[in-house]
Design a protein around this ligand. Sequence first.
Ligand SMILES: Cc1cc2nc3c(=O)[nH]c(=O)nc-3n(C[C@H](O)[C@H](O)[C@H](O)COP(=O)(O)OP(=O)(O)OC[C@H]3O[C@@H](n4cnc5c(N)ncnc54)[C@H](O)[C@@H]3O)c2cc1C
Length: 454
Amino acid sequence: MPMEKVSLFWFRRDLRLFDNPALSAALSGEWPVLPVFIFDTNILDSIEDRADRRVNFIYREAEKLKKAIEQKGGRLEIHFGSPAGVFQFLTEKYRVAAVFANTDYEPYARKRDTGIEQLLASKGIAFCTFKDHVIFEKSEILKDDGTPYTVFTPYSKKWKTALGSVPLKEFSLAGKWQHLLKEEPAPMPSLESMGFQKSRFDFPNTTVENDLLEDYTKTRDFPARDGTSRLGLHLRFGTISIRQLVAQARSNSETFLNELVWREFFQMILWHFPKVVSQCFKPAYETIEWRNDEVEFHAWCEGRTGYPLVDAGMRELNATGFMHNRVRMVAASFLTKHLLTDWRWGEAYFATKLLDYELASNNGNWQWAAGTGCDAAPYFRIFSPASQAKKFDPKEAYLRKWVPELETRDYPPPIVEHQMARKRVLEAYQRALTKHFSDTAIRLKNGGIKYQNS
Ligand SMILES: Cc1cc2nc3c(=O)[nH]c(=O)nc-3n(C[C@H](O)[C@H](O)[C@H](O)COP(=O)(O)OP(=O)(O)OC[C@H]3O[C@@H](n4cnc5c(N)ncnc54)[C@H](O)[C@@H]3O)c2cc1C
């Protein structure tokens, strides 16, 4: 074991060498810093698609980081395994003084980090975490009574007041690179050795033009136009800095800034109400009798519902890993309302396909579309895919791009008739709400002691 003490810096959803709070703190500390990245088998084992786009993206970014760190005179250790096993190994191999990381707010990450913190504590090693992924985390934005917000508008007002107009602090790394541990470059496991394949994908840029942001309010709802930033993937993996993006939004587009606040709103909801991962935010909706027809679900997944906007969106998703936000809303509404399929099915499908997949935003938006979430679209709001297409794709450019056989015999007839589906879902939701509230009334009548239904 070398005598020299080291700090470890653990890359997670912050795959960048600029404006990085935990890395900046590690490099400002007493000990030389060894950066580490782990291809986490707990996550990778659950991915079915061996050519998964996100895994390819992370691999590419890890390669870039490794090269850049080596150019700065350090090394990046890249491991393939469970974080607990890797930290056991690292703490045996090095004299670790402290481990630095930026906070990850998802339930799996919270559990993982608690375990790592305990492992490190048992060896007398500090685990130091920093806020990076969001502007305001955990309980920083609360109602005046100290409870979390569940409605977006007042949350966003408080968020913006707290942001104020002062420049956001940047965590500069300039002049600190000499604190990297100097060692020989370490080998990197190949994608193939981890059971994945290299695939060719075009990943979006890491920057957005001010011109796009200035027009964002006018263009963002039209899927045929390049009117949105496509930065979701980079926000997810921290290949850009949220502080720099918020600063750019603040000077160029209030509407765009609002979208970044929605992202934090859902992060905050997931933090305070982790039950949303598997349950409706509003328990009243847990009694909906979903139809969950597998044949219809597969037709939806494959873009064969006979509703052109829904099909175009699903085909865009399957082909590119992206779907425009307007179309995501229509596709999600169609699955949950027209086909009366549990939002959890759609959420899980999006999770396997979206390049910008993020648990908090995906869950929050699916529950929004299904009407089961906090501050959700009211359940009786049922998008008509045809009217949405007319309004947001008036020249049918988007439809024709993704559904070229639109006016031919090859295109399937509608899987369900719109008016009938509308009536059916309204009845199903009303039945569920009536049942929930009558069960609650019985509970109240019985003094909350005899439960007829949970
Ligand atoms: C059913 C459904 C599922 C979704 N799943 C995800 C998901 O897994 N991951 C994800 O990042 N977004 C998700 N969204 C939100 C939104 O559709 C995407 O963030 C957006 O389309 C990404 O494209 P963009 O980067 O060009 O967005 P832009 O319009 O350029 O917005 C910039 C950023 O703001 C944030 N943002 C924008 N809209 C929302 C929103 N409604 N909720 C939360 N954050 C938002 C995102 O970080 C986005 O990258 C979902 C929306 C719906 C309706």
